[in-house]
Each structure stands twice: as C-alpha cells, then as structure tokens.
Design a protein around this ligand. Sequence first.
Ligand code: NAD
Length: 498
Amino acid sequence: MTELTHFINGAHVKGTSGRFADVFNPATGEVQSRVPLASAAEMDLAVQGAKAAQPAWGAVNPQRRARVLMKFVDLLHRDMDKLAEALSREHGKTIPDAKGDVIRGLEVAEYCISAPQMLKGEFTDGAGPGIDMYSMRQPVGVAAGITPFNFPAMIPMWKFCPAVACGNAFILKPSERDPSVPLMLAELMLEAGLPAGVLQVVNGDKEAVDAILDHEDIAAIGFVGSTPIAEYIYGRGCSNGKRVQCFGGAKNHMIVMPDADMDQAVDALVGAGYGAAGERCMAISVAVPVGDETADRLIEKLAPRVEALKIGPYTAGEEVDFGPLVTGDAQRKVLGLVDRGVEEGAALVVDGRDFRMQGYEDGFFVGACLFDNVTKDMDIYKTEIFGPVLSTVRAGSYEEALALAMDHEYGNGTAIFTRDGDTARDFASRINIGMVGINVPIPVPLAYHTFGGWKKSAFGDLNQHGPDAFRFYTRTKTVTARWPSGTKEGADFSIPTM
Ligand code: NAD
C-alpha cells in the first residue's frame, strides 16, 4: 500500500509519529494509501523550516513573487488531467467537477499575480510641514491553513497563494481524507520557483492542528471546515494571540417565487443540490417554494429529474452526474439523517437509500433523495447533511421564506429565483447571509471579490480571497517621516495635531 508523506523544506518526508490514517477510494471502498499523522515535534520541524525560509522570501520583490504564481498557473494547466484524476480517486467527485476544483483555485493564483498592485501601500506627501506619511503592508511571517476534504485543490490554493504572494511562509494542514493533491500542489510551487521551506505541507489530524494553534512562531491561521471545529480553532487560536479566520458549515436556502421560470429553477436545484453529491459548502440543501401552487409545480418537475440522476464512479466519464461520498462514515451519517427525516414525518418523495452501484457494491454511494413538507423544527432542517439530499420547506409568503432563511443559524449562501426586480432587490438587501444569488444557485464570488458567510458560517472579520486576502496575510506599518530641514528647534510636549 502506498504510504504518503509530508512535504517539508522542498522534499517529501516520511512521517515519524507512527500514526497513520487510511485514505479510501470512495468508489470501491478500498483503502488505497495511508497518510502520516504528524506529531507536534514534526509540526515544529516544518515551522522552523518555514521560519528560516521566510525572511529571504519576504525580501523578494512582489513582482518576482508574482512571477512564481504565473509559472504555477502554467504548471496547473500542464498537469490538469493528472491533478483531476488524483483528486477524483480520493474524493470521489467526477472528473469535470475535479477540474473545476483545480480551476477555482487556479483563478485565485491568477488574482494573486496582482500582488505588486495590491501591496503598494499608501503615501501622503506633505502630511505636515516637511512631513511625509506612508503605510506599507508587510508579511505576517509564518501563516498556516487547515483545510477540508471537499475541495482538496481549491481551498488549499485559496490559502497559500495569497499568503506567499504577500511574502509569508505557509504551513498547509490538508484534510487527511484526500491529501494527495495538496502534496502535488506543493511540488508544483517548488517547480515554479518557490524556494524550499516557503510552502510546507504537514499531514495530520487534531494533534497537528493543536500544534499549529499553540505554536508561538505561527502568526495567522486560516481554517475551512465544519462549524464546531471552526469555533474551536477560532477560540483557541485567538486566545493564543493569533490572527484567525474560520469558515464553517452551511444550510443554503433557495427561494422559488411563484413568478420564477420553473424550468430554470429545477435545473438550478438539480445541479446545486446534487452536484458533488451535495458535498459543497455552497450546495443548495433547502428549496423554499412560495405558495402551495408553486410547491406542487416544483415537486412535480423536480422529482423525475432527481430520480433520473446518474450516479457512478469517476472512471465512468462524463455520463455521471455525481459520485460516492468521501468515506463510509459520511455515507452512514447521511443515510442516518434520511432515516431521521422519515421518522420526523417529512415526505421522502425520492428515496435513494437503497441505491447500489453494480460492480461497486462496497463504494460509499448514496442515491439522490428529495424531501417535501420539511418543517423548521426537524433535525434534517437544522443539520448540515452534506450529502445528495434536498429538503423542501413550503412557505406561505415571501416574508415567511425570507424569515426562514434569516432565522437559520448558518449564513453561508442563498439564492432567490424570481422575475421580479423589486423582490430580488429587497431580498439581496435584507437577507443576513454572506453570499446571495439572484437566479444563480451557487453564488460563489470570483477570485477578485471576497468569499465568506455570516452567522455560524464564519468567524473572524475578513473574507477569503479578493482584497481581504491581502489584508489578512499582511500587517500594516505606518511611517511618519520628517527631514531635518523641516524640523523646528525645541521639544514639543503636546500631542502633535494638524
Ligand atoms: P472538518 O471540520 O471535519 O475538517 C476540516 C479540517 O479540520 C481538516 O483538516 C481536519 O483534519 C481538521 N479537524 C477535524 N477534526 C478536528 C478536531 N477535532 N480538532 C482539530 N482539527 C480537526 O470538515 P470536513 O468534513 O473536512 O469538511 C466539510 C465541512 O467544511 C462542511 O461543514 C462544509 O460546509 C465546510 N466547508 C465550508 C466552506 C466555507 O467556505 N464556509 C468551504 C468548504 C467546506
């Protein structure tokens, strides 16, 4: 069996803790490799390497740093097929979706080529007599990123591209469930010209994460994953004096108004609800048709489309709409929640629980499920299911639909489908959710805008990518300079004012 490694100081390094986690092929259910789980001592080794490499990298001018990212983007294109195959083999998503995972990361790498522009700082000529004032953005030093399984290419790149563009060294602790692609990305960054030690990949679980949280040489931590872990990391990281941003779970509502184009709404729900087997933080997991007549029309069109979804291993090619869940644990959790929904009295209009993939009976597949008549007190409404399960909550009015989405504890993404500009505008303005789609079901902002939820979907005050990433990974220093010719004689004991 393949034994994976860490990537430290420019080389693959075997784990020495003696602890490992199994990495599965979700389509077959087989263990295909094992990944080392780092000890605090191994993490320290990586941090020391990063700390040693950072000053020289931080001193490289921003344009040269940007050139490394330009080259990296070329290498991602060169290796796209290889990356997508490795990604699908460990995650289970289809090849086109795996390529999308790489491309949404690549787009952030492209955006970070703007580092020379973004890091220019500010200058006031003549802030006082003979006085100039300027602000500069300097790297924080060593930053770290802890990332989830569901986007093993995109989210690591959202973290390390801006961090290194700003002149930091970076420790990446990827998900232990699909660690191969992050290791490949680190190799490509080295090939693109990043000095050894600037990007370290340390695999592991809670022990490695705790070592990051408590390490005195790590200045900033970015996390993406489930909300309970986000809260834990935010609390412990902040209390250790670090700059921390954590992005958590979601329950994204899509409101369907009576005037919506129903065919478009159904297409949107099928793609956004079931793509990647629902394992996306921006998946639509709750459909909210407004009015019973809208709900009846929606279910009538949606149910046959959900029943017809094609499920299979990534090796089956473009024919497949979505693949298996990432692990047997994830499969059991999702099936358990569907059982719970039935017990709670929701109507299971499409029941995918008995789905078996011929020839892949041990794979972690779950068939598509569609619930109607879900109510807000049910566990299946409150919990993030993270599987191919869409719940329909019928609302009596627009105000009721809006209140439903607003009252949910999560606030990552949401969407409204309508032809009415007033309603859409009102929704975008009043909703307490970070990313809003108007006739767009997965409103993931592009690289040059920022990405982030509200409420229990995000902790910390800056978003991911876009201009916020340059703020998160730099510290501002402001210099006030007076040259001797402008200096009055004698001491001044009061606070200087203009
Ligand atoms: P997870 O919380 O289980 O794991 C995320 C990371 O935390 C992994 O690197 C993991 O090793 C580490 N971790 C797990 N348990 C830990 C513990 N007890 N202590 C310290 N570290 C621990 O999340 P996941 O299952 O990998 O990913 C799915 C979740 O991520 C979903 O909730 C999804 O909504 C969320 N997500 C959010 C966003 C966003 O931007 N808001 C994006 C993608 C995924």
